[in-house]
Design a protein around this ligand. Structure first.
Ligand code: C2E
Ligand code: MG
Ligand code: MG
Length: 763
């Protein structure tokens, strides 16, 4: 059944309860009140049946509720039939007691399931509220009732027990509302029902005690409202989750708890001060109650103070610990380095900091997923801790960056031994849930040196700088910090700044390297390669400035310029008859450009302005493009391919691309990385690797280009392996556009590569 109508029924019942309660107070005659009362009790049974059918409340709770309802109805039927002094009055009173006891047990059961993260404090506050209420119940209701009651001793005792149980019910209600589980409509409706039954009990008891004259209709109205709220709570669909803790509330009911417990403590004390005990029994009950209350409050205060201290400690620890690995974080590592430096001066030690970065971690994250990335970081942290002597402290300061402090080194050579141990420890693969993974690390080392690396901050920064040097040196190695590295950092910063201006200052230019057809020997295309001559005449290699341009985003305008410039050069050569009309131009494209929404229009415009057909343009992307944010790259490349532009994978074999990615991406060419070509002539392993790559490319229908061909032997090997195209210093170095005519002329003059197969006409 849809939950909407049943939840509506629940609110109708609550409304009906309020209406009937008000009507009783404002003037129903006594006989009708009795009928209404009976009707209210009966409808609870019906609603329970509806709830059991549709809401399926907890299996333990449901029978308890049923006993509750049946006991209530029986008591209702019985009560008007007997006189208060009658011995038979024991029966309905016992049923009321049964109702109260079942209610208390049911509530305690719900609370046990719903109680939050700090059960002791919730139960403690509930207990204080209940003890305070008990004290008031005793002084204001129970004691006077016992004193003045003309009912039999048994009836008075049962009534007293019922009222005493109210304190437990109150305790349960308080803990239900004090807990940190979020309150559903059913919780609120039950809380309302219990509140009204307690109000009814107190009004009734106050009336019985003879202290105040309260018309019985008020307590009856409270009971009727309570019964309807009960039904509304049972019928509401959220009753099925009442015994589940559910989501934790963000705003905890701390203020409400504080007010209630303070009132529960102060009101009895005030009452105690203002009223005299009536007899010895009264005195004993008061003394015991206040004693227990004091103990509860003291225990609660002790618990609160201890909990606060634990929370404070946990906060400090979490502020200084990396949540993933449990290692010290940056701030704690700095503190450790700082204290190591403070004592180093006195005992002649030179503490060292090792900055460790996991190589190609981004690839692991992108290809295996973030969960695997996290597992790698945890495994790396464990490997480091196991590999190092106890005196060393390992910390994780961000992403894939770890820092090790060795406070006991006497110089750089000691630190180098530690670094070597670390490198060696990664010779074995990391065993993850996903399988074995090999990782390597790049390590930067900085050792305390007066006036150079003398503060904690310096040591960390210098080790970081050295680590970048280790990365530049090819990864999986160690670099030791020296002052010249700082100059490099400054230099890098200078490159970064002047790169912004390089384009408008016309400091960038393109050179081109011919690509030949291995069989025919003809130049079939060119690769455009960027060159940057700075203001002072120094030439910066693309390997140095392209990564910076990518990082800073300058590659987007620079790349757009290169595209138009390269195609314009090709148009010029075609027009001048330097190359064939269908020669192609390959332009390198970085991932950042593919993620630029303007890239496709930029390519269109360059082709239109240069009058070059789309199939004469090859875009060279690296394997990384298929791994990091592949969807966006795939979308851009697909749109360009639909337009006719072709895509080549550059430096193939150096990345982590999988065969499935190769199939998924619209690729028409593989460029075999020069590292494989170098060993081609004399290394059998390299040869069979290249053979496999070519066979795979052929089977996927891809055009194959060998990069970095430097010797005739390599070219001959490529002919044997049936690689269709090649480029490299053997054929031609990259040349300026103005030199292309003479370069191609000398290539042709020599008679083409098909005939010579491996002798450079230019050499
Ligand atoms: P790449 O695209 O793989 O380019 C081939 C690189 O190998 C070029 O280095 C080229 O000069 C060099 N090379 C060519 N033949 C030989 C050879 O026989 N032996 C050796 N050892 N090297 C050879 P270059 O010009 O320094 O470019 C380096 C890299 O910079 C390029 O690698 C490319 O990834 C990037 N790059 C260059 N120009 C651009 C550009 O306009 N845009 C982008 N995004 N990247 C570019
Ligand atoms: Mg390239
Ligand atoms: Mg390449």
């Amino acid at each position: 059944m849809n939950s909407a109508p049943i939840s509506r029924l629940s609110w109708v019942l609550a409304g009906l309860g309020v209406g009937l309660g008000s009507a009783i107070i404002y003037g129903f005659p006594a006989q009708i009140i009795d009928i209404v009362y009976l009707f209210a009790a009966c409808q609870v049974v019906v609603c329970l049946a509806i709830s059991a059918r549709y809401n399926k409340p907890d299996r333990v709770l449901w029978p308890a509720l049923f006993i509750l309802a049946i006991a209530l109805v029986s008591a209702q039927v019985w009560d008007p039939l007997v006189d208060t002094t009658d011995q038979l009055q024991v029966a309905p009173e016992s049923l009321y007691l049964l109702v109260q006891v079942t209610l208390a047990i049911g509530l305690l059961f719900i609370i046990r399931r719903r109680i939050g993260n700090d059960p002791i404090s919730v139960l403690g506050d509930g207990l204080i509220a209940a003890l305070g209420s008990w004290f008031l119940i005793w002084v204001l209701l129970l004691q006077p009732t016992l004193e003045s009651s003309n009912a039999s001793v048994a009836v008075t005792a049962i009534q007293g027990a019922t009222l005493a149980t109210s304190a437990i019910v109150l305790f349960s209600l308080a803990t239900l509302l004090f807990g940190d589980a979020s309150r559903t409509p059913s919780v609120w409706l039950i809380a309302g029902a219990i509140t009204f039954t307690l109000v009814g009990d107190f009004l009734f008891a106050a009336h019985e005690s003879g202290r105040v004259q309260i018309d019985e209709k008020f307590s009856t109205a409270s009971y009727v409202l309570c019964l309807f709220l009960c039904s509304a709570a049972f019928v509401h669909p959220t009753i099925s989750t009442i015994t589940i803790h559910g989501p934790t509330r963000s705003a905890r009911p701390l203020l409400g708890r504080l007010i209630t417990t303070t009132a529960a403590l102060t009101v009895p004390v005030v009452v105690l001060a203002l009223s005299e005990p009536v007899d010895n029994n009264d005195r004993t009950v008061r003394a015991v109650s206040i004693f227990v209350l004091t103990i509860a409050v003291t225990a609660r205060v002790i618990h609160a103070v201890r909990a606060n201290a634990i929370t404070q400690r946990a906060l400090v620890v979490s502020a200084q610990t990396d949540a993933l690995t449990g290692l010290p974080n940056r701030s704690l590592m700095l503190t450790h380095v700082h204290s190591a430096l403070a004592t180093a001066e006195f005992d002649g030690r030179h503490p060292s900091v090792l900055f460790i970065d996991v190589d190609r971690f981004k690839n692991i994250n992108d290809s295996l997923g973030h969960q695997a990335g996290d597992d790698v970081l945890i495994a790396v942290s464990q490997r480091l801790e196991n590999a190092l002597p106890d005196r060393c402290i390992v910390g994780r300061i961000s992403g894939d960056e770890f820092v090790i402090l060795d406070p006991g080194t006497r110089g750089t050579s000691d630190a180098m031994l530690i670094a070597d141990t670390i490198l060696e420890s990664f010779n074995e693969p990391l065993s993850l849930r996903q399988g074995d993974v090999f990782v390597s690390t790049s390590i930067g080392v900085a050792t305390y040196k007066q006036h150079v690396s003398s503060t904690a901050d310096d040591l960390l920064r210098h080790a970081d700088t050295a680590m970048y040097r280790a990365k530049d040196a090819g990864r999986n190695c160690v670099a030791i910090f020296d002052e010249s590295m700082l100059e490099r950092v400054t230099q890098r910063l200078a490159i970064e700044t002047s790169l912004y201006r390089a384009l408008e200052r016309r400091e960038l230019r393109l050179v081109h390297q011919p690509i030949i057809d291995v069989d025919l020997g003809d130049v079939v295309g060119f690769e455009a390669l960027m060159r940057w001559t700075r203001e002072d005449g120094s030439i910066v290699s693309p390997a140095e400035f392209i990564p910076i341009a990518e990082e800073t985003g300058t590659i987007v305008p620079i790349g757009a310029w290169a595209l138009l410039e390269a195609l314009t050069h090709l148009r010029g050569w075609i027009n001048e008859g330097i190359c064939s009309r269908d020669a192609t131009m390959s332009v390198n494209v970085s991932p950042r450009q593919l993620h630029d929404p303007n890239f496709v229009p930029v390519v269109h415009e360059a082709l239109l302005r240069s009058h070059i057909a789309p199939d004469q343009l090859w875009l060279e992307v690296t394997e990384g493009v298929m791994i990091a944010q592949p969807d966006q790259a795939l979308d851009t490349l697909t749109r360009l391919c639909e337009y006719g532009v072709r895509v080549a994978i550059d430096d193939f074999g150096t990345g982590y691309s999988s065969l499935s990615l190769l199939q998924k991406f619209p690729i028409q060419r593989l460029k075999i990385d020069q590292s494989f070509i170098h060993g081609l002539a004399d290394d059998l392993g390299a040869r069979s690797l290249v053979r496999t790559i070519i066979a795979m490319g052929d089977s996927l229908g891809l055009d194959m280009v060998a990069e970095g061909v430097e010797t005739a032997a390599q070219l001959r090997a490529l002919v044997d392996l049936r690689c269709s195209k090649a480029q490299g210093y053997l054929i031609s170095h990259p040349v300026a556009p103005s030199m292309m005519a003479t370069t191609i002329a000398s290539l042709e003059q020599f008679g083409g590569w098909s005939k010579t197969k491996g002798q450079n006409p230019n050499s």
